[in-house]
Design a protein around this ligand. Sequence first.
Ligand code: 6LW
Length: 526
Amino acid sequence: MKYTNPVVKGFYPDPSVCAANGKYYMVCSSFQYFPGVPLFESTDLVNWTQIGHVLTRKNQVMLEGIASSGGVFAPTIRFWNGRFYMVTTNNTTHENFYVSTDDIYGEWSDPISVNQGGIDPSLYFEDGHTYFISNGSDADGISGVVQCEIDPATGKKLTKSRTIWQGSGGRFLESPHMYRINGTYYLMAAEGGTEYGHMITCARAHSVWGPFTSNPHNPVLTNRNKAPYIIQGIGHGDLVQDTYGNWHIISLGFRQQHLWMPYHNLGREVFLTPVSFKEDGWFYAGADGTTDASYEIEGDFTQEIKSEYTFANTSPDIDWCYLRHPEPANYEFSEAEYVLHGCKYTLDDTASPTFFGLRQRDFVMEFCAEVAIDGGEAGLTAYMCENEHYDIAVQKGMDGYEAVLKLNIGGIKHVQAVLPLKGAKARLVVRADNFRYNFFVAAEDALPEKAHTAEKDNDVKESSISAQSDTAAKMKEYFLGCGQAKYLTSEVSGGFTGVIMALYAVGENTARFREFYCRYAVMERE
Ligand code: 6LW
């Protein structure tokens, strides 16, 4: 059957996958967001359903005060002897640790630390031995892929850490994973950095300790010379075999905007690329060592695309996320409304402002909710990080309630528009296309004829998504302005994350969000 990449859209970077009990399980990194490490299940490697998160308790992960793109880096998931293991780095505390569970739908253990540095840890199990592998330097100061044997019950090192491979010469050797296939040990890693030069390389050996011989055809997979092409940054992947015996690489990649000065605002997403082993014993990826937008693979599946997210069809525990450790008393969820209590922290803080978000999964989108407040400020944000975010809100101003659009880029805080409201309630709408986030407000009470906007933008095109509910259709909608997508990007913010579309509240305030939806344009699948 045919599928289209990415197989998981939006900010779900550094995927790692394992097979267990006839299914596949995947984890991704989560940085400053909580719960940490999104966990997915699939029966075909193409359709992935999020079933929860791995790090669901505060004591499993330190997130206090960490800046965006700190915290939980790339995880690895493995299944051994009936038990799942997830190993990762908290890059803020510089700690490598793992947790485990016998029930993939249940809670995971408290963390166990391993005294080996570097990032992107992985585990490899064989014949009663557990190998812990990361990037970094060994005791002799030799950098590369570093390995030691550990006791899985305690995390204690049983051997010295030794560098077993130094890569193929690319910068930032990361994401090492060990596999034994037909008696040969394969070490797969990423090089080139997670940006446009990203690639997957590999080496092989007869022993788990090497010596490892680099693949003469490295890199195995990269889109760095594939231009013009929307899919870039392919790298950091994991190898997996399906039930038909075919191999695949699940990797990260991103979809760039703009041909010459590219940028990406959706973060790094999940891509699936077929792999084949050749007679020389090396594996080859894709048709030509690149990841394409679409492939035909063996399997009986239909790729499902969810185009609408509502309170009714999402779960607060699974689909949504907080910034750092939330104050639970600030959130109340029911199918009809989400109630957010504001606190003293704002979206500019590296604390935990009242914030509840969903990953933006595609460029063309409409994100909408009715919000009613009793003070302070509450609304919707297109949030890249504490420095770059666009916020549309209802707030209590000096002369009553008003709708406001605030654009925050690189420390510049610009109030783009203020629109007086008759009541404390309005419908807020964000319509995004490939290049802009357009912001609209509608209220049942008559609004003044003219919005006070800092900029008049005549060529804003309304989204092709038809999103008006019956009530919304009766209300007059005002355009408050727009913010360009290129400022909510890794290229500007310098981070590892992607845009999260969130509900938020600030100050002494009970904010009621109703009639929420997030809709994506249904694109023709190739
Ligand atoms: C991750 C590293 C990388 O640890 O980005 O793409 C880092 N590669 O392997 C953060 O996600």
